[in-house]
Design a protein around this ligand. Structure first.
Ligand code: FAD
Length: 435
């Protein structure tokens, strides 16, 4: 392994791997470094890998709608040899309940109309026809299990929902990162695993490379921080935190897997469902299970994690809370005594919108703060970051004159400054995993 490259990418998660693929295609000699033994085994492996198009902001919606197309065209996008096992995108659709909390989705439908992203409005009858296991009684706002009002309907029923037919999920997110890594290798990218970055090297006011835990140095004029929940540590090593108005922090999350109620094939007939009335989202999980995630209601304390390598990986009361919140919607749901699911970390930014940007250290870039909602955008984020790096390395000042960037599938000029580390906190955000 030679110890120099054009660019070192820290992290082989889905975004780091997409960036390696896009940079390698553009002719960069990239070297990806990861402390794990396999690519995609960071937070990407724990991802619910939901591909959806409803975001709170105009730019977030455009990016996610663009992002969908790469999963739809996954095989062609990668160009891997015939017979390579590929992650599968299951286009089961995404149903979002209309609630007061989401403004009955008026803004989301407006954005979707603008970008010609298909959606359908469903009545309560439409919902129960497709999901006969569902009760539409209202329970919001979400409560904790020790609240005597938990599980008591709060009056009335959900009146309808919006269905985005192109939503879905990827069945094996770690494999999708490995697919990208393999595709990058086809274009000459190199990958160094079991290598932990412990320092960022600088020389003459510019990045010079990275230092590894075993003392080795790797040299490159460009280094990119795509370290997921470790992003703030790497930014601190580079000394680039001072000019960032948006910071990142690791947040612990539990995801629940329970069997679907007997007699209903959720794997075949279910879909992605986001339900702010019970503060849960769900999707089909293989073996006719239902995967249940949290939409981070105000009553749940945030479990910020200082050390992304040492946190509690066991399920806690949060597991049964999420299962029972979902049980309000599906009264026939059986909740097993044996807990199954995932415990992992989000890399949360101050406004739950990612940072795709340069930094105050010339040659040092970051793609981080993905806030539990950027798996779907990995390929387009990789493409945009590759252009941003080329733009800055050609001498442009992205802070003053942001990179002009067109989203290729939906043919729309996007505002890359939207993702700036120096932006004001975006008040339009949901300040939750919904972005
Ligand atoms: C429970 C959960 C559910 C999610 N659900 C969804 C969803 O449904 N839809 C969606 O769009 N998004 C979702 N996300 C978010 C999505 O998974 C992430 O945004 C995405 O996977 C981040 O990819 P990444 O490549 O940036 O980071 P990661 O996959 O975390 O990769 C970072 C890599 O950096 C490496 N690294 C870190 N520090 C060092 C170091 N010092 N030296 C060497 N290597 C280092 C790590 O080993 C890791 O492999 C979810 C996330 C979680 C945790």
């Amino acid at each position: 392994m030679s110890e120099t490259a054009d660019a070192i990418i820290i992290g082989t998660g889905v975004i780091g791997a997409a960036l390696a693929f896009e940079m390698a295609k553009a002719g960069w000699k990239t070297l990806s470094v990861d402390r794990n033994t396999q690519s995609g085994h960071g937070s990407t492996a724990g991802s619910c890998a939901i591909i959806r198009m409803h975001y709170s902001t105009h730019d977030g919606t455009a990016f996610a709608w663009e992002g969908y197309h790469y999963w739809r065209d996954w095989k062609d996008y990668l160009g891997l040899p015939e017979g390579t096992p590929l992650a599968q995108f299951r286009e089961v659709g995404c149903l979002v309940m209309k609630t007061e909390a989401n403004g009955f989705l008026e803004k989301h439908m407006l954005h979707s109309r603008e970008f010609e992203c298909p959606f359908e409005e469903w009545t309560a009858e439409d919902i129960t026809r497709r999901l006969p296991i569902y009760s539409l009684d209202r329970y919001g706002p979400a409560k904790r299990l020790d609240d005597p009002a938990f599980g008591q309907p709060t009056g009335g029923a959900l009146g309808g929902a919006v269905f985005w037919p192109n939503g879905g999920y990827v069945n094996d997110p770690a494999l999708s990162a490995q697919n990208l890594t393999e595709a990058a290798r086809q274009h000459g990218a190199r990958v160094l695993l079991r290598a932990e970055v412990t320092g960022i090297l600088t020389e003459g006011g510019r990045v010079r490379g990275v230092k590894l835990a075993d003392g080795r140095e790797l040299h490159a004029p460009v280094v990119v921080n795509v370290a997921g929940p470790a992003s703030s540590k790497i930014n601190a090593m580079a000394g680039v935190l001072d000019d960032m108005t948006i910071k990142t922090r690791a947040l612990r999350q539990e995801v629940v897997h329970v069997p679907a109620p007997e007699g209903f094939d959720f794997e075949a007939d279910g879909m992605i469902i986001s339900d702010s009335d019970i503060s849960c989202y769900c999707r089909p999980e293989h073996g006719n299970h239902i995967l249940i995630g949290s939409e981070d209601p105000e009553c749940d304390p945030h479990e910020w994690v200082e050390d992304d390598m040492a946190y509690n990986r066991d399920f806690t009361d949060q597991w049964s809370l999420q299962a029972q919140r979902y049980g309000q919607r599906v009264p026939s749901l059986g909740i097993p005594s044996q807990t199954r699911g995932v415990v992992d970390l989000y890399d949360v930014s101050s406004d739950w919108i990612p940072i795709y940007d340069k930094s105050s250290l010339p040659g040092f870039y970051m793609a981080c703060g993905t806030s539990g909602n950027q798996y779907k955008n990995a390929p387009i984020a990789g493409k945009m970051m590759a252009e941003l790096i080329a733009y800055c390395e050609a001498g442009h000042d992205h802070d003053q004159t942001p990179l002009p960037f067109r989203l290729p599938y939906i043919d729309l000029e996007t505002n890359v400054g939207f993702y700036s580390r120096k932006r004001p906190v975006n008040a339009e955000s949901s300040f939750s995993v919904l972005g």
